[in-house]
Each structure stands twice: as C-alpha cells, then as structure tokens.
Ligand binder design. Structure first.
Ligand code: HAM
Length: 420
C-alpha cells in the first residue's frame, strides 16, 4: 500500500508553526473585540449561486477557482472561496438587521480557491475578516483601516504599506470603463493573454495586471471619474485617517478582484513580500446585501490572509512567545507508583500546571528520555523508593539537578519553581 499525501496547495500546521498561528489569531480576537466586533462562524460550504451572484460571474474566482461539486441530491455546493458573501447571507437569513444598525462581525477560518500554488498562495488558506453592515458613513471605512493598522502594529509588523482608493459607485464606474476602453483599445495586440480576455469581460482588472504594469500606470485614473458622492466620501475617509494618524498612500490602480465593491477599496502590501503580494484587502460593498435578496444595506469590510501575515512576521524576525509545552512529566514505576502518579497529575492540572503523565509501558530511563524529547521543564519521579518513603524526586531537566521533597509539598514547590 502506498502512503497518502496532503492535497496540493494545502498544508499541515504543527510544532513551532502553531505558535505563529495562535499569536496571529489570539491577537486578532482580542483586538477585534476591543473595536466592538462580534465573532460569527458560517459553514464552510454554501450554495454555488451565493458566490457566482455575490462575487460576480466574470471574476477569476467564479470563472476558474471555485471548488464546486454536486451533492447526492444534485445540488451545486461550493467550498467558500471567501467570507463576505457567506456573512452577508447569514445577516439576511437570520434577520440580523433587527438587532440594530450598524453591526460589526469578524470571522476566522479556512477558504478554498483553486489557484496555482506558489509562495504565499494556497488552495486552502485562512482568512481573518471583519464586516460592518448598515452604515454608509465613511467613518466606518476609516475605522476598519484603523483596525488593520492597529492589528499589524500590535503584531509588531513595521514594513507594511496601506493603500487606499475609491472605485466610485457602479454608475460612475461606467464612464470610467468607457475611458479605459478608449485607452486600451489600440494597445490590445501588445497585452498579455489575461488582459486580452479581460478587455472584454472585466476591463478594470487590467489595472492590476502583474505583467503589463507600465501600461496600467499610464492609464486614466479612476479618481478623475468619481461622482460627487464618492468624491466627498473619499475626502472624508482621508480626513478621518489623518485624525486617527494612520499613514496611507493613494493608489488609483487598486480595483480588487471581486465585483461587489463600490467607493472605498484598500489593500495592504508588505515590503519584504513584494508589491504584488497583498496581505490585507477590503472595501465598501453597498449593493451586495440587496443583490443577495436582502434589504438595502450599505456595508464595508476587509480580510487578511493568515499565511501571508505569518510570512511577514518571519521576514521581519518578530519573536513569537513559545507556549511552554510541558511543565511537568510524571514518571513512575510499579502499580503503586502509577496510582500515585494519577493522583498527582490531577492535583497539578487543577493548579494550571501543564502535566504529561506517563501513559506507556516504558521503564524509568525510557520515561526520562521521553520527557527530554518533549522538552518538559521538570520530571517528577515516583519510583519504588519514593513510594515507600512518601517522597517525590524532582529532576530539573535543564540543569539535571535532582531534589527530593515530601509528597504532600510537591505541588506547592513546583508552582514556586515555575514562577522563579
Ligand atoms: P481577497 O482580496 O480576495 O478579498 O482576499 C483577502 C486576503 O486573503 C488577501 O489579501 C490574501 O492575504 C488572502 N488570500 C487570498 N487568496 C489567497 C490564497 N490563494 N492563498 C493565501 N492567501 C490568500 C476577499 O476575500 C474579500 N472577502 C475581503 C473583504 C471582506 N472585502 C470586504 N469584506
């Protein structure tokens, strides 16, 4: 029989890597709660149509990246490629609007996209996302960007850049699209294959082409085509960011890869990962809830990729606190030793001490080796001598030093040693 391998574009996360994941997720939960966001968990699978309608038929995600399958009743099911459409669906389906507006949600979880795997690009990846429903006020947009800034700096990241843009309302975008067509039409023969295709299907995406960068740089700017409302909101957003003292840049080529956006669009890149790798992406989506059959509800949000944030932490060599795996390993000999070990493990765990009780048939020296491999701080020995004298041997696994203490004192003494 052959062995099994994980599916291309997925990963196993364990060992030191887990410390990064906990750091990123715990910091997010703590901070997002501080900004008044409530956690929401939605299913990993949804009806296919939620995404084809929500994200847009002509996007890369819907055209070629979704994991879609038929279930046993022939229904089309998709593994979620992103979190915004599912959260909007949950908001509508559970009538969350009745809880008052605006409302703020955050989520952490895996997303699935059939993309070409490469560094920082996976087929199963994790996002942390935040969404605000029920306000069109640009202060909401600003607050999300403040949260992103606060989060990245709390993680101790420095080399990132926040870029903002406004892509206007769908109506104002029509005029801009016309101007883009005029600009790009004579250039078509020289464009890359993706751009040639997108010229007809999704012309805005030509602006964030990773190949024809110079051509995109010279294209007309969307900021010159904004309607009055979008322009005013963009001005307000900039004003708020200045009051909050958040550094940002304006980049009129940010268009985002999903069709639901209107007005504000923003991205964060990290200098050590390269200009092309977006670590956070978001923006306003005032029409999505209505488009999915809900009441007209303006909304704004963002999502960040955990793998990319961790990559940035490694590049900047941010020190992550290791969770001490095991404080105490309990080694024993014989039946009475085992019974005493079980009792002692209960006592220690009750006090919050991370305890690994021997659960194998190994002899004492085998147990010492095991404790060593597990990086235990102390090993407590309950051998025959210890049992008959009602004592415990404490072995300091760093110095190798051994001391013997009375059985009834051992928990207190370990607590003291761990606090030293
Ligand atoms: P997105 O730009 O498609 O936006 O994804 C957000 C972030 O997810 C990216 O910036 C990146 O860090 C990460 N990401 C995306 N694809 C991959 C991948 N294949 N491998 C690793 N990381 C990836 C959204 O998904 C929107 N729902 C964001 C949003 C929320 N807009 C409004 N609210």
């Amino acid at each position: 029989m052959g062995t099994y391998k994980r599916i291309k574009g997925t990963k196993d996360i364990f060992g030191d890597e887990i410390d990064y994941w906990n750091y990123v997720e715990d910091t997010a939960k703590d901070l997002f709660h501080r900004y008044g966001f409530m956690e929401i968990r939605t299913p990993i699978m949804e009806e296919e149509e939620l995404f084809s309608r929500g994200i847009g038929q002509d996007t890369d995600i819907v055209q070629k990246e979704m994991y879609t399958f038929e279930d046993k009743k022939g229904r089309l099911i998709t593994l979620r490629p992103e979190g915004t459409a599912p959260v909007a669906r949950a908001y509508i389906e559970n009538s969350l609007i009745n809880l008052g507006s605006p409302q703020k949600f955050f989520y952490i979880g895996p997303m699935f996209r059939y993309e070409k795997p490469q560094s920082g690009r996976y087929r199963e990846f994790y996002q942390i996302g935040a969404e605000i429903f029920g306000t069109d006020h640009p202060l909401a947009d600003a607050e999300l960007i403040v949260l992103v800034f606060d989060y990245l700096t709390t993680l101790k990241l420095n080399n990132f850049k926040i870029k903002i843009n406004s892509i206007g309302t769908p109506k104002s975008r029509e005029n801009y699209k016309k101007a883009l067509k005029v600009y790009y039409e004579p250039l078509i023969p020289n464009l890359c294959e993706d751009c040639k295709r997108r010229f007809n299907t999704n012309i805005l995406r030509l602006l964030d082409c990773k190949i024809d960068i110079e051509t995109a740089k010279k294209a007309p700017s969307i900021l010159d085509y904004l309607d009055e409302e979008s322009r005013n909101d963009f001005e307000s957003l900039k004003k708020y960011l200045e009051i909050f003292e958040i550094p940002y840049e304006i980049d009129s080529r940010i268009v985002r890869g999903l069709d639901y956006y209107s007005k504000t669009a923003f991205e964060v890149i990290h200098k050590d990962l390269g200009e092309q790798t977006v670590i956070v992406g978001g923006g306003r989506y005032d029409n999505l809830v209505e488009q999915l059959g809900g009441p007209k509800t303006p909304a704004v949000g963002f999502a960040l990729g955990i793998e990319r944030i961790i990559e940035a932490l490694k590049k900047e060599e941010v020190k992550i606190k290791k969770r001490a795996l095991i404080d105490v390993y309990i080694a024993f000999q014989g039946e009475r030793g085992q019974i005493e070990g079980i009792k002692l493990s209960k006592e220690l765990r009750k006090k919050g001490i991370k305890t690994f009780l021997n659960i194998s048939q190994r002899n004492l020296s085998g147990q010492f080796r095991h404790a060593d491999r597990l990086n235990a701080r102390f090993t407590l020995v309950l051998g025959e001598d210890e049992i008959s004298n009602d004592i415990v041997t404490i072995r300091d696994m760093e110095s190798g030093e051994q001391t013997q203490v009375e059985r009834s004192w051992v928990t207190e003494i370990i607590l003291e040693k761990l606090n030293e």
